[in-house]
Design a protein around this ligand. Structure first.
Ligand code: BES
Ligand code: ZN
Length: 641
């Protein structure tokens, strides 16, 4: 019995031992899985490339702009260095590119290399895998011969009719977030910076500009040579070609625009040099030498794009009274937050936009006064609340997870306004001076590098929390970043700056005041936006008419005011504004202004019919990225979302 008992015990013991062993193994496996996950999390889910295997260093572009065929054609010659994960297969990102050949270039000789294009993915495009020879020095040069597609998602080819002058065609790029790959085969990830040079051949009457320095005057034959000595992420590669002229603002600033628009743009943006000086005083030296603006035709899909040395700007902010120029402060601020210190991937986008929106507010405040800054903060906060109402919780966080998600599809104001509010909260807790110094050092320490939220948290712990203990906790900071919505400690921008407008609105709504008796004489654009955006969703026909007849809102030449009014006009089925609505949707391509109008239209059958009719007409003029966004709204079934 004892024997049997012993053996039973032994068996049990062994069994337990084995259980413990498997448990340990399981734990080990779990730990390994977690480690792999974190390693992967540092990867950019929007690139096929692996900069840890090979990393791009310098790019030489030699491209011809073929307006008739709507193609760029030529070569991208890229130098690479070998990394720890090199395995003989070098992968680049492409979308809709025709790859003619890939060659290894060595001391003037070039030898063709085998390559293949992978399966097309609707978000990522196609991987270009290049098979490298066995023996290769640690740094080497590849030349890829290619052509873009007329539908390249990162380019828009405009007919002369779509320009202000109407005489010449126009071409411009929009590479952010992952569209550079549609016009250059490269490692399209913000984690792998490049310097570049470019030779662009255009029709001789046109001027090419790039996010780079011009090396020589354009030749009579239409050759334009550029050089970018500061390393940039691929999403900041930019080109535009058109009938462009240049006008100077200050020593380091100026405007490129079509001749028809140049004067008004110079007047509207005359404060740009001052903005640059203010920014330097606040956040450290400007590292890009020049800061010019390029005014695009109205189909440009964004308000602005911070291409280095040359921000691309929508003409829809030419209001005539400088009331929308905080856009310039924003794009300029990216010269620090974004271009100098870059989000390592698109899940870290708030590090670009939240910081920039904060900087934008500080520049606006310094230049135009606290009231202007406060008004814009309040409007920004209201747009954030609206976005929260429309977004799933996972997209209400600052740090997002985007595996399988198209960055264009989840674009919202959350990283902008919530990011700004988080920094505002820190500035309130630690003081403006401390936060400005903290940010200046952050830009300096990480200059020409890529950063993650984890990097920021480390830095914050060392440079702020540890040095000024007892003010905020890491848990509070983490709640801002990893939780949806707004934490309780958020400082809500007060409506006080709009007190008079609010009073007028209340009196008018209560029927105590006729529209004609509201004293709007000194209302700014922001006052109007606050007024319109804070009216009830439903107004009576009589109320709509009262407002329109008094203030002629339907014909407002301010595109932001017109946008807010047209949204109300759709919501309230106010037909007198619909011809203007049609004209607005046909003439503007800026996503932020037209998407909400299509969305509002899509809520009723009749609205949807109108939207589709206008869209069909507007389509040929829309940018590929605008087209994709509006398609989802007016033909949701076909796009499958
Ligand atoms: N970098 C953005 C534009 C962008 C973001 C393009 C993501 C593609 C993908 C630019 O700096 C920006 O934020 N523009 C805003 C203006 C700003 C004042 C909020 C815009 O276009 O409306
Ligand atoms: Zn921005």
């Amino acid at each position: 019995m004892s024997c049997g008992g012993e053996s039973l015990l032994n068996t049990r013991g062994r069994k337990r031992n084995m259980e413990i062993k498997t448990f340990r193994q399981l734990l080990l496996l779990l730990a390994m899985l977690l480690a792999v996950r974190t390693a992967l999390a540092h990867q950019d889910v929007h690139t096929y490339s692996d900069p840890r295997a090979y990393q791009q260093r310098h790019l030489e572009l030699d491209l011809v702009t073929d307006f008739a065929a709507r193609r760029l054609a030529g070569t991208a010659t890229i130098s690479f260095t070998r990394g720890t994960r090199a395995d003989g297969r070098l992968v680049l990102d492409t979308r809709d590119l025709l790859i003619r050949s890939v060659a290894l270039v060595d001391a003037g000789t070039s030898s063709l290399l085998p390559f293949e294009l992978g399966k097309h993915d609707p978000i990522l495009g196609r991987a270009l895998t290049i098979h490298l020879p066995r023996e290769l020095p640690p740094s080497f040069v590849l030349a890829v011969s290619y052509e873009t597609s007329p539908e390249a998602s990162g380019l828009q080819w405009l007919t002369p009719r779509q320009t202000a002058g109407g005489r010449h065609p126009f071409l411009f790029s929009q590479s952010q977030a992952i569209h550079a790959r549609s016009w250059v085969p490269l490692q399209d990830t913000p984690a792998a910076r490049i310097t570049f040079g470019a030779t662009i051949s255009t029709p001789p009457e046109l001027l090419a500009v790039m996010s780079a320095a011009r090396v020589a005057e354009a030749s009579a034959a239409g050759k334009h040579v550029f050089e970018m000595r500061q390393a940039i992420p691929s999403y900041l590669l930019a080109i535009a070609v058109g009938e462009l002229e240049f006008g100077e603002i200050g020593a380091r600033t100026g405007v490129y625009a079509e001749p028809e628009v140049l004067e008004s743009a110079l007047a509207e943006f005359e404060d740009t040099e001052k903005m640059l000086e203010i920014s330097e005083a606040l956040f450290g030296a400007y590292r890009w030498e020049r800061y010019d603006l390029l005014i695009l035709p109205p189909s440009f899909p964004y308000g602005g794009m911070e291409n280095p040395r040359l921000s691309f700007i929508t003409p829809t902010v030419l209001a005539g009274d400088k009331s929308l120029v905080s856009l310039i402060a924003h794009e300029l601020a990216h010269s620090w937050s974004g271009n100098l210190v870059t989000n390592a991937n698109w899940e870290e986008f708030w590090l670009n936009e939240g910081f920039t929106t904060f900087l934008e507010g500080r520049i606006t405040g310094a230049l135009y006064g606290e009231r202007q800054q406060r008004m814009e903060e309040r409007l920004g906060y209201e747009s954030l609340l609206e976005a929260f109402g429309q977004l799933e919780p996972r997209f209400q966080k600052l740090k997002v997870e985007l595996e399988g998600v198209d960055p264009d599809a989840i674009f919202s104001v959350v990283p902008y306004e919530k990011g700004r509010m988080m920094l505002d909260w820190l500035a309130t807790e630690f003081g403006d001076q401390v936060i400005n110094a903290f940010l200046t050092e952050w830009f300096d320490t990480n200059a020409f590098g890529s950063v993650t939220t984890a990097d920021f948290l480390d830095y914050l712990q060392n440079k702020l929390l540890d040095r000024h203990p007892g003010k905020v906790t890491m848990d509070e900071v983490r709640a801002w970043i990893y939780e949806p919505g707004l934490p309780d400690n958020a400082i809500i921008p007060p409506t006080g700056v709009f007190a008079e407008v609010e009073a007028a609105r209340d009196a008018w709504l209560a029927g105590r005041l006729k529209a004609a008796r509201i004293d709007t004489g000194d209302w700014s654009t922001q006052d109007w936006l606050f007024f319109l955006n804070n009216l009830p969703g439903k107004l009576s026909k009589r109320q709509m008419k009262d407002l329109d007849q008094t203030f002629d809102l339907t014909n407002s030449s301010n595109n932001e005011i017109a946008h807010s009014w047209l949204r109300m006009a759709i919501r309230n089925d106010y037909r007198p504004a619909w011809p203007r609505l049609e004209q607005y949707l046909l003439s503007i391509g800026r996503n932020k202004l037209i998407k909400p109008l299509y969305e509002e239209l899509a809520k009723s059958d009749e609205g949807m019919r109108f939207a589709r009719r206008v869209f069909e007409q507007a389509k040929p003029g829309y940018h590929p990225q605008t087209l994709a966004a509006v398609m989802k709204i007016v033909y949701p079934a076909e796009v499958g979302s």
